[in-house]
Design a protein around this ligand. Structure first.
Ligand SMILES: CC(C)(COP(=O)(O)OP(=O)(O)OC[C@H]1O[C@@H](n2cnc3c(N)ncnc32)[C@H](O)[C@@H]1OP(=O)(O)O)[C@@H](O)C(=O)NCCC(=O)NCCS
Length: 165
């Protein structure tokens, strides 16, 4: 699916290509994952996730991967494992389009679930803007890292069949 988006910095229209991802995208997904998250997955873990049936949706701008969402089906539930957009391409609706593609793809599932760091207010506002509801908290879910203290996870749900939860 091709969409146009206006660049925040240059004001130019960008041609964005949204589609289901595959093994050929993994190198770029791995690279974006490393730039965005402190706890990056290994390339092997990324590859294995697709081999065991995780779903990937990607957004490319020209030769550059600018966003992706990776999820796992667990019976009638979908767990969002990762979603990220390149810092240069945020607030252009890319994550919203990717997550909506996933939700449409899982229209028959009971619930789309995810957890987010309590300190990640941007992501929480993002999920709320798509109709996700806060349904709980897991105290100290995230282990401490060299740069981050242990942290609670906030749980969010979205029920595709009722477009809410
Ligand atoms: C969270 C993230 C995926 C959002 O991606 P994005 O493409 O910039 O989001 P969108 O442009 O689709 O935003 C849709 C709506 O979400 C909300 N939103 C997104 N980012 C926001 C922010 N920083 N602050 C407040 N609201 C925000 C807004 O309502 C926005 O609509 P608007 O721009 O018209 O106001 C992106 O900031 C990111 O990659 N963050 C780092 C990785 C991460 O935290 N992932 C989630 C881990 S659980």
């Amino acid at each position: 699916m091709k969409l146009q988006s206006k660049s925040e910095t240059s004001g130019m229209l960008l041609e964005l290509d949204f589609r289901a991802g595959n093994i050929d995208d993994i190198e770029a997904v791995f690279a974006l994952n490393r730039t965005v998250f402190d706890e990056a997955w290994s390339k092997q873990a990324m590859l294995q996730s697709l081999q065991v049936g995780y779903d990937l949706f990607v957004c490319w701008h020209s030769e550059t991967l600018v966003g992706y969402v990776l999820s796992q089906d667990i019976l009638f539930e979908v767990q969002v494992m990762q979603i990220s957009v390149a810092p240069t391409h945020r607030r252009q609706g890319i994550a919203k389009t990717l997550l909506n593609m996933l939700i449409q793809d899982k229209a028959d599932y009971d619930v789309v679930m995810l957890e987010v760091r309590a300190s990640n207010i941007a992501a929480q506002r993002f999920y709320e803007s798509l109709g996700f509801s806060q349904v709980g908290k897991r105290p100290k879910y995230y282990s401490p890292t060299p740069t981050l203290a242990a942290e609670d996870a906030i749980l969010f749900n979205f029920c595709p069949q009722v477009q809410s939860c």
